[in-house]
Design a protein around this ligand. Structure first.
Ligand code: APR
Length: 273
């Protein structure tokens, strides 16, 4: 490992402070789940190709609810067939070592961190989880698992009438929606742990940022908050991005341009020593 990285990790070890891991789609790419802004993220409806930024909106859900559901059920299938990789498993190790000094803030809706073994209490799924749904009319805050009677779906499988009935709110009968944060919606505490994430950032001594392009608001706020309080920032991403810029602009920052499945196990091994 690079001397600068070792210094940052040694310093954190001595401080006995708090560690926050912030993940994005890149950590799951080695499990075979396409990243959001990568070329496989697009979706075709009829003859038109949509970007995730168009599909993942409440506006699109209002216009074409079952097209949006078809996209999510296909993505749920891809995620269910994927396995956590060495990067996910390294983060599970971190939680075991640091326990209450650890928190994981993830933008990923694939549920792989929880499947790998991170605890729901210390995993803030700030963009939701596509294995769950809730009422689109917001008659209650109830979040329920997607009905397991809905089978795995390939890209072209439409939603059947039986499935439409399953995708309804059990309380009021309105159509249910995926439990995710869409591009035209705002973060909140109730569903997405907005304030909890910022409070954790204010107490973070070491922030590991993994596999995110830095295109969303709350993750950037977390990064800025940690850096302002003098915490160390390590960004792991083969591609330069706003977090790598932040990391190289502070003395206790480090940009690691390796894949997460390579870099994270080494970092965790060092922190465990
Ligand atoms: N290891 C580390 N990073 C990787 C790897 C890897 N093996 N493979 C790809 N990456 C990086 C890419 O270089 C890119 O910077 O992961 C990042 C993925 O970026 P995005 O697809 O933009 O995903 P993300 O940052 O998670 O998107 C944020 O925006 O679209 C919304 O809600 C959606 O949660 C998503 C959020």
């Amino acid at each position: 490992m690079d001397a600068k990285l070792i210094t940052a990790l040694e310093h954190f070890k001595k401080s006995e402070g708090n560690i926050t891991v912030l993940t994005g789609a890149g950590i799951s790419s080695e499990s075979g789940i396409p990243t959001f802004r990568g070329k496989d993220g697009y979706w075709t409806v009829g003859s038109k190709e949509y970007h995730p930024e168009e599909m993942a909106t409440f506006r699109m859900f209002k216009m074409k609810p079952y097209e949006v559901w078809q996209w999510y059920l296909y993505r749920k299938t891809v995620c269910a067939q994927a396995e956590p990789n060495l990067g996910h498993l390294a983060i599970v190790e971190l939680e075991k070592v640091f326990q209450d000094r650890f928190v994981l803030i993830t933008q990923n809706v694939d549920g792989l961190h929880l499947r790998a073994g991170n605890s729901p209490d210390r995993t803030y799924q700030i963009h939701g989880n596509l294995n769950f749904m809730r009422c689109s009319d917001e008659c209650s805050d109830l979040i329920v698992p997607l009905p397991n009677k809905i089978p795995f779906k390939d890209k072209t499988a439409p939603i059947t009438e039986t499935e439409k009935k399953l995708l309804t709110c059990s309380q009021c009968g309105a159509i249910a929606r995926p439990h995710v944060l869409w591009f035209d919606e705002c973060y909140d505490e109730k569903f997405f742990r907005f304030y909890s994430s910022l409070r954790k950032a204010e107490k973070t001594d070491l922030l590991l940022v993994v596999g995110t392009s830095g295109a969303t608001n709350l993750p950037m706020q977390v990064g800025v908050t940690v850096v302002h309080r003098g915490g160390a920032l390590i960004d792991i991403n083969p591609e330069p991005n706003p977090f790598s810029q932040m990391a190289i602009s502070v003395t206790n920052g480090y940009y690691c341009s390796e894949k997460s499945s390579e870099a994270l196990p080494q970092i965790v091994k060092f922190l465990k020593k």
